[in-house]
Design a protein around this ligand. Structure first.
Ligand SMILES: *Cc1c(COP(=O)(O)O)cnc(C)c1O
Length: 239
């Protein structure tokens, strides 16, 4: 990568990290509670390598096969790898082999399949987040709020899947103040579930916030934010 591109990446990261700190401070939160996931979909492995050099330690990818190519090139241990896109049943085995965390658990069938594959692959623990659909958007995957308790009870009986938190892709809106209620609602749901020990005694993570709204998400309690464009620039081949 040319020098200036590396510099741009470094500057972008500094800016994003500064905005995270500012948002956390505004909300009276400790900035260290917020983990930045660099969403690297559509970007080549050499760009990710530069990002690692700039201190990025967690990548988010939304397609299993695309992630596989990069992980093969960079090594499984070069970073933490998070799956943030919808997981199809036929890619579940690869996902179990490749990813540290799956953010997009969205059905009992998928949970059952992942549990079975973990046993077959001798993977002792797979941290997962449940993707929640708060807006009732038929076009998006995710579990409706009212179905959450039942799904969580079922997951609790599994030995390999570890429910780590909740994930949200809110309806897109330029005005972040219209998105804020969704972030807030997810935090409330997380708090209610944590009180019932849904996350194994932990507080539970909130995966929410993207380039245009991560500061608002941090103000509302996000612990994992998924930022692509603000770090890497516009994607060349939108997926
Ligand atoms: C692409 C993507 C992101 C990052 O989006 P940006 O607007 O580029 O920051 C975050 N979350 C998910 C689920 C994505 O698919």
């Amino acid at each position: 990568m040319p020098k200036n591109e590396t510099e741009v990446l470094r500057e972008n990261l500094e800016k994003v990290r500064g905005q995270i700190r500012a948002a956390a401070t505004r909300a009276g939160r400790n900035p260290d509670e917020v983990k930045l996931i660099a969403v690297s979909k559509t970007h080549a492995a050499d760009v990710l390598r530069v990002a690692i050099g700039c201190g990025v330690s967690v990548f988010g990818e939304n397609k299993v096969q695309e992630a596989e190519r990069k992980i093969d090139e960079l090594g499984r241990d070069s970073a933490e790898w998070h799956l943030i896109g919808h997981l199809q049943a036929n890619k579940a085995r690869k996902a179990v082999r490749l990813f540290d965390v799956i953010h997009t658990l969205d059905s009992f069938e998928l949970a059952e399949r992942l549990e079975r594959i973990c046993i077959e692959e001798n993977r002792s623990e797979l941290p997962v987040m449940i993707q929640v659909d708060l807006a009732g958007e038929a076009t998006k995957s995710g579990v409706a709020e009212k179905e959450l308790p039942r799904l969580i009870e079922k997951i609790k009986r599994f030995t390999r899947l570890k429910l780590r938190g909740l994930m949200l892709i809110p309806p897109f809106c330029d005005d972040v103040e219209r998105v804020r209620p969704y972030f807030r609602r997810l935090r409330e749901i997380r708090d209610e579930l944590a009180a019932r020990e849904a996350f194994g005694g932990a507080k539970g993570d909130l995966s929410m916030g993207m380039s245009h709204d991560f500061a608002t998400a941090v103000e509302e309690g996000a612990t994992l934010i998924r930022v692509g464009t603000a770090i890497f620039g516009e994607r060349q081949n939108p997926l």
